[in-house]
Write a protein that binds this ligand. Structure first.
Ligand code: KIV
Length: 275
């Protein structure tokens, strides 16, 4: 059974670290659901990792619903967070709720995630009032990376660190049940985590967050375009995939695939069909 919001918050209280990974399709979700992952995030990283865009900005609601539904089919008993793409919550409370409801009703998500601090606190509160659980996202917020001066560590000076702490408290006050901290100095992430009753989920934010998230294609070594400093590669699948595909191509060319064991043979005498 999928965890409940209360169980996720209780994990922080009990000091049990929360594991989250991104997922984008049913096949991978099915494999990962066997491994005890506490939460899946259908991240808008979909845009870069799966859809081949250079950023998360072009990702649409329809893209997200399509992939989140697939993840739900692959992991029917897991807790799934749908990432609200750029443009789905910036145009007003009504649009935000409408899109949040799509994640829950059409894709079967348990919660949604959106980026930003105080500026989105009203949106978070309205979603929660509408019955949609919300995860916040502070630090490096990729949808607005250009405003932040690029994909950089956030909260390095005292002023921006203090703003991030205020943002975190505002999101908690608005009803968010947890919070992603992306590319934040470990010491600041530790202070934010201690200041909140809701769990923080770090990505490039050190070991003192209440949980961790990684993009699954990064941690399995499948996405080679760019490897962020905070990624640990638990496997290196890209060379294995290339090796398997090269071997297939070579065996098709030399006729060694398919062998008789990959074919179907029956007793029917087909010789009369020959012209
Ligand atoms: O889109 C995503 O995958 C994310 C994670 C990196 C937190 O937002």
């Amino acid at each position: 059974m999928a965890k409940t919001i209360q169980e996720i918050i209780a994990m922080k209280e009990a000091g049990s670290r929360i594991s989250m990974l991104t997922a984008y399709d049913a096949g991978m979700a099915r494999l990962m659901a066997d491994c005890g992952v506490d939460m899946f995030l259908v991240g808008d990283s979909l845009g870069m990792v799966v859809l081949g865009y250079d950023s998360t900005v072009p990702v649409t609601m329809d893209d997200m619903i399509h992939h989140a539904s697939a993840v739900r089919r692959g992991a029917p008993d897991s807790f799934i967070v749908g990432d609200m793409p750029f443009g789905s919550y910036q145009t007003g409370l009504r649009d935000s709720v409408k899109n949040g409801i799509r994640f829950v009703k059409e894709a079967g998500c348990d919660a949604v995630k959106l980026e930003g601090g105080k500026a989105v606190a009203d949106t978070v509160a309205e979603l929660v009032r509408s019955g949609i659980s919300v995860m916040g996202h502070l630090g490096l917020t990729p949808q607005t990376a250009s405003q932040l001066g690029g994909y950089k560590v956030q909260g390095k000076d005292l002023e921006s660190a203090s703003t991030m702490l205020e943002d975190a408290l505002a999101l908690q006050e608005a009803g968010a049940f947890s919070l992603v901290l992306e590319c934040v100095p470990s010491e600041l992430a530790a202070i934010i985590s201690q200041s909140l009753t809701i769990p923080t989920i770090g990505i490039g934010a050190g070991a003192d967050c209440d949980g961790q998230v990684l993009v699954v294609n990064d941690m399995l070594g499948m996405f080679e375009k760019f490897i962020p400093k905070f990624v640990k590669q638990y496997q290196q699948l890209a060379p294995m995939i290339r090796e398997g595909v090269k071997q297939y191509v070579s065996e098709v060319r030399d006729g060694s695939f398919p062998a008789s064991e990959q074919g179907f043979s029956v007793d029917t005498d087909y010789s009369t069909l020959q012209k």
